[in-house]
Design a protein around this ligand. Structure first.
Ligand code: COA
Length: 374
């Protein structure tokens, strides 16, 4: 891809400063607050990463224990919000459910006008987004009103427990936690930037997060993990996948889960997701979906030099844990809320209204024509 081609869409434009993340920076790669993503994925819990992003430092043991206890205590949903979630139709997309849920919460639990409780608002959203997501899903698919206080320490455990009505196997809890770490933060991506633009007007955190959810929903951004699953499931074998994707490329169709605005040769998150996908496929005793995914990855590299991004293998990881496809992007929200909230706070700490300029390409100045003379 040439720089010229990348000139649109603010590609390559530096639009502000952040201490939260580097993406593809030479000599650093992907880091959160100075920590390498691979160190975090291998060693941290998602809750530790959430604390890191929201507080700018790793927690001590005592701080982490207190943080986990706080998040657990904030998982309950207010009755009024449950009523709203029950009213959102079963046919709605759960990203729209979360957007509505966050917006409604902003009415019944508004942020203080001076933002003095911004940290608590962030923690509340981190704790209750999974509850909103699964409460709505189980109400509309199983006709049950679940108890969102599962007692699991981890957010991954909480999600899987609410979904499947039982404590998850350790491998699933750990794998989901790792994907949450990988999804937590990614500098000035579209949804985070949308959240920062909203924050720049001195608006509240619920508005910034609602807007960010709207941006993440699209298939060019977070929605790619759902679209990738739909693609993988179309094929019954690696051979079918190779032929099918070649045909799609010939027809100039986009292959979801490939390519990236910033990375040029690989997405560092992919190797971690790919390894988890293989392990989970082996656990299931059926490697078909994994091998189909690998075949697609090979065609995309051979034909277009395009690489799988974080969304591609995350799709099969979630699928192997029995997570319905339409919850893949909402789970991304349950993770990225940490990055979004951290950016809201960072933006506020050194705020300037974000208002770029545009090159005008419309008609020259024209004479006014009265309505009956047009
Ligand atoms: N499938 C097929 N072709 C792709 C492609 C994909 N996933 N991603 C990029 N390309 C092609 C484009 O068609 C374009 O081809 P051209 O030069 O013949 O016009 C070229 O690669 C450059 O792509 P462009 O859309 O200009 O890059 P971008 O930086 O604007 O877009 C994405 C980045 C992520 C939006 C883009 O790669 C994409 O749409 N990917 C699929 C959605 C996705 O996975 N999103 C999640 C991102 S983490």
């Amino acid at each position: 891809m040439t720089d010229k081609k990348k000139a649109g869409g603010l590609a390559g434009v530096t639009a502000g400063k952040t201490a939260l993340c580097t993406v593809g920076k030479e000599g650093a790669g992907l880091t959160y607050c100075g920590y390498d993503i691979y160190d975090l994925a291998d060693n941290a819990t998602f809750e530790e990463v959430a604390y890191l992003l929201l507080h700018g430092k790793l927690p001590t043991r005592a701080e982490l224990d207190a943080y986990v206890a706080k998040i657990k205590s904030l998982r309950g949903l207010p009755d009024a919000l449950k009523v709203v979630l029950e009213m959102v139709p079963a046919e709605a997309h759960p990203m729209d459910v979360l957007r509505t849920g966050v917006s409604f919460l902003g009415n019944i639990e508004p942020e203080a006008g001076d933002f003095s409780d911004q940290q608590d608002v962030a923690d509340r959203l981190l704790a209750c987004l999974p509850s909103m997501m699964v409460y709505w899903h189980r109400f509309h698919t199983d006709g049950v009103r679940i108890d969102t206080g599962t007692g699991d320490d981890s957010i991954a455990g909480h999600i899987l427990h609410m979904l499947h009505d039982k404590a998850p196997p350790a491998l699933h809890e750990q794998s989901l936690s790792t994907t949450l770490i990988l999804y937590a933060e990614h500098e000035f991506n579209a949804s985070t930037f949308a959240g920062r633009v909203i924050t720049g007007t001195l608006s509240d955190m619920h508005s910034a997060v609602s807007g960010a959810i709207g941006a993440l929903r699209g298939p060019l951004h977070g929605g790619a993990n759902e679209a990738a699953m739909a693609l993988i499931q179309k094929f019954g074998s690696p051979e079918e996948a190779t032929a099918g994707v070649l045909g799609m490329l010939e027809r100039k169709e986009l292959i979801m889960g490939f390519g990236h605005r910033v990375y040029t040769t690989s997405d560092p998150r992919n190797s971690v997701n790919k390894a988890m996908s293989k392990t989970l496929a082996e656990e299931q005793g059926d490697l078909t979906l994994y091998e189909v995914s690998e075949a697609i990855e090979k065609v995309m590299w051979d034909e277009k030099k395009l690489f799988a991004n974080a969304d591609f293998f995350a799709a099969s990881v979630y699928h192997f844990m029995g997570i319905p496809t339409y919850l893949f992007t909402p789970i991304f929200v349950c993770s990225r809320i940490t990055g979004w909230a951290a950016h809201v706070m960072e933006q506020r700490a050194d705020n300037k209204l974000i208002r770029p300029a545009a090159d005008y390409i419309g008609p020259p100045l024209q004479e006014w024509v009265a309505i009956d003379d047009r």
